[in-house]
Design a protein around this ligand. Structure first.
Ligand code: NOJ
Length: 763
């Protein structure tokens, strides 16, 4: 047995490109292997490993290969096919120590097959579906030679003005933490070293979702308790699930940029949480330390970043320029550089690249003839996952599902919008391969189609906004205006509506409106589209709004005008088919909001689990001197956890197994959920807990568990949740994580507002 292992070891060493030429160090022993490699590296080679560059169309490839062969680059991103990446890996294999490159990309919600945006995935509350989307993305990305993704993005976002709300999984710490874990496991599979796995690099560490005023790249000022309680757990969940990397946020935290924040990177991430992986700066973040006003020049910026524990520098050249001088002058120590290099090498080791630098690049003869080939897509999974992520917000008089024999007017600037369908961060998705709503409805209706289409309006009539959204889209602008006047387009749409039994209006945002650097002051659907909705409403025909957007919108008026509203977010490659499945009743919607919809932008923040206050507003008992805005109804338009179905559900017989809980004990909370309607359907039973009185003010409730349940028409089922002391723990003023004895309310509901309640005491 021993002999066999030794033989295997010798074979693998002999075939290893680095070790073949040098002293044999066991590749199987990660620490020894990396230490040995480190010893043999020059300072330049070490600093080269810390450089992560973006490959753009304008980059001279030959120069890049030269730099790689000279040992001056550790990894790239944005170059995403095997034929593109192979020559770079070949160049690395020509370098003195043959240290492999890694290839990274923003695989956020799919790679070639585009799944619904993250906020939509979260709306499914379906961990299997979400995990499936991540696993397929990993398979597709690794088949395209990618080794690592800058995902999952798990920033808690409670301010929908922030454009990157679309990219995260919503406002709730518990839900986002569950998804963070699922996504890391999905990307990395059994191991990030496997050929069909990619390493996960969780972002944006930390608190990026809390930027002031929802303005991208802004500051974050937050109490430690709030950080620990609400914002940090999802990153921690990703790390505990084994995420190999962390991307550091662009924002500052309580006056110190994340990129130079030794408390964040060292004390919290590495010491307290035990993170052992790769820390990458965000794009140009090190040089931005000068603009943040914490570094007087590039030299100081590089020093702060390396000292804080930024291993790899994304797209700025300061490490290369400044680290040698800083070392010489004694401002940094050799170990500062070595520690960073060690993390880069360890990540490459964990990706399986030392064992086989071509593990995901494969052989040229196996390259796909067409990277965009239809056969490389996972359409049926994309359709299934997209259907699960749609949220029915309103359905007055059973307007939906539509009759397949009905005459339908399909209007709106998003009805035929293949690019928008994919959402932002659409990785390698090809717009021409995405199914629009028009296509999806045609696919259901076939030749019998009585579908009349009219565009109805442009996305917006504000030229400045269009220019902003098209800025940087050099090849082809994304937001293309119809040259007709607004009135001409509305007239055409109204005409189509008059000839029809029902109107379906696809309205909302273009995908660029919910993206990086796309903060908004106004959460309304743009005015041009609101004018269209008004005119459609005036026809008196039943009006179905199919919303496409990447953040909660304020829909007060639309909620009055529309008979039915389906929130579809940006639902990906198969979006049109998935939406049509729901519109025509071939799939019964089951999504629930992972984020609160405010009535107006002025109400923000509106997250459901806010802290209790001394003078709460009590519905039904209006009056002065309670916490409210006097000029609008208090409370959200659609609460967290809300979403309808074509059937109805009731909850009854809520019970707790005991009115007390011992610290090491368990409590069973149960409820009977019944499908009281005529169709089979799924719903999400949600468990919330409130700590009634503690040493600190606690939230009015917090999601602690949920179950998605499928019930046939008329079927009922008892749902059980186990509550333990762990569910009651929180960070107190000393940041100690513990449960305090006392009374707790347990609430079970099908959304966060409409709940049944029972109480118990923690002894
Ligand atoms: C900047 C973004 O903030 C980050 O999320 C992304 O991963 C990088 N650019 C690379 O594209």
């Amino acid at each position: 047995m021993k002999k066999l292992c030794l033989l295997g070891l010798l074979v693998s060493l002999a075939s290893h490109p680095v070790l073949a030429e040098t002293a044999p160090v066991p590749l199987e022993n990660k620490e020894a292997f990396i230490s040995d490699l480190l010893k043999r590296m020059t300072l330049e080679e070490k600093i080269g490993q810390l450089r992560l560059i973006s490959i753009g169309p304008e980059m001279p490839r030959e120069l890049i290969r030269k730099e790689i062969a000279a040992g001056n680059i550790g990894g790239t991103f944005n170059s995403i096919t095997r034929p593109e990446n192979r020559p770079m890996q070949d160049a690395a294999m020509r370098s003195r120590l043959k240290i492999p490159m890694f290839f990274a990309y923003d695989v956020i919600h799919g790679h070639r097959t585009i799944f619904p945006i993250s906020l939509a995935l979260a709306s499914s509350w379906d961990m299997d579906a979400i995990g499936r989307s991540g696993r397929i993305a990993a398979k597709e990305a690794s088949a395209d030679s990618l080794d690592i993704t800058f995902a999952p993005m798990v920033d808690i976002s409670r301010d929908p003005r922030w454009g990157r709300t679309s990219e995260g999984f919503g406002e709730d710490t518990y839900l986002v933490s569950r998804i963070a874990k699922v996504m890391v496991k999905a990307y990395q599979g059994q191991s990030p070293a496997l050929p069909d796995s990619i390493m996960a690099s969780v972002k944006h560490f930390a608190l990026y979702g809390a930027v002031e005023g929802g303005r991208d790249y802004n500051i974050v000022d937050m109490s430690p308790v709030k950080m620990y309680q609400d914002y940090l757990p999802p990153y921690r969940a990703a790390i505990d699930a084994g995420a190999g990397g962390v991307m550091v946020a662009l924002n500052s935290i309580n006056g110190v940029p994340a990129t130079s924040n030794t408390w964040l990177m060292n004390d919290l991430l590495r010491k307290e949480w035990g993170f052992k992986g790769l820390a990458v700066s965000d794009h140009g973040a090190i040089i931005e330390l000068i603009r943040h006003g914490v570094a007087k020049d590039g030299r100081e910026a590089a020093k702060l970043a390396i000292k804080a524990g930024i291993d790899m520098s994304m797209n700025d050249s300061l490490y290369g320029k400044e680290l040698p001088g800083l070392l010489k002058s004694g401002e940094i120590e050799q170990k500062d550089i070595d520690n960073a290099v060690r993390e880069v090498l360890a990540a490459k080791y964990d990706m399986g690249l030392f064992k086989d630098p071509y593990v995901r690049i494969g052989k040229a003869e196996d390259d796909p003839a067409d990277t965009n080939a239809e056969s490389r897509l996972h359409r049926s999974d994309a359709r299934d996952i997209a259907r699960r992520s749609l949220v029915l917000l309103k359905n007055q008089n059973d307007t939906l599902p539509l009759q397949k024999t009905a005459k339908i007017a399909l209007v709106g600037p998003l009805a035929k919008a293949p690019i928008d369908m994919m959402g932002s961060w659409a990785a390698a998705g090809v717009p021409a391969q995405s199914v629009t709503l028009y296509d999806g409805m045609r696919n259901v209706l076939g030749d019998k189609a009585q579908l009349v289409y009219a565009r109805g309006s442009n996305i917006t009539a504000d030229k400045k906004v269009v220019d902003y959204l098209n800025f940087l889209n050099f090849d082809a602008p994304e937001v293309v205006d119809d040259p007709r006047t607004a009135q001409q387009m509305i007239d055409e749409a109204v005409n189509a509506a008059r000839q029809s039994d029902v109107i379906v209006a696809a309205v909302g945002e273009s995908r660029g409106m919910s993206h990086e650097s796309s903060s908004r002051t106004d959460l309304h659907i743009p005015a041009s589209q609101r004018d269209l909705i008004k005119a459609l409403k005036a026809t008196g025909k039943p009006l179905v709004l199919v919303l496409m957007n990447g953040r909660p919108l304020s829909l007060l008026e639309e909620n009055q005008q529309a008979d039915a509203i389906l929130e579809t977010w940006f639902s990906g490659t198969e979006g049109g088919n998935a939406i049509a499945d729901v519109l025509f009743g071939d799939y019964n919607p089951s999504g629930k909001l992972p984020i609160t919809f405010p009535r107006s932008v002025g109400q923000i923040p509106t997250y459901y689990n806010h802290l209790t206050i001394g003078r709460p507003f009590t519905p039904g008992k209006p009056g002065n001197y309670t916490s409210q805005y006097f000029d609008d109804t208090t409370g959200p338009l659609f609460p967290f956890g809300y979403g309808l179905s074509y059937t109805s559900f009731s909850l009854s017989d809520m019970a707790l197994s005991s009115t007390t809980l011992n610290k090491s004990g368990k409590l069973d909370a149960s409820v009977t959920v019944k499908n009281t309607g005529k169709r089979d359907g799924e719903t999400v039973v949600q468990l919330y807990i409130q700590d009634v009185a503690g040493s600190m003010i606690r939230p009015i409730k917090e999601l602690k568990n949920f179950q998605k349940v499928m019930l046939k028409a008329g079927e009922e089922k008892a749902i059980h949740f186990t509550i333990t002391e762990d569910d009651l723990k929180f960070y107190n003023a000393q940041l100690k994580y513990a449960a305090e004895p006392g009374d707790f309310n347990v609430q079970i509901g099908l959304d966060s507002q409409d709940v049944k309640q029972q109480s118990f005491e923690l002894l």
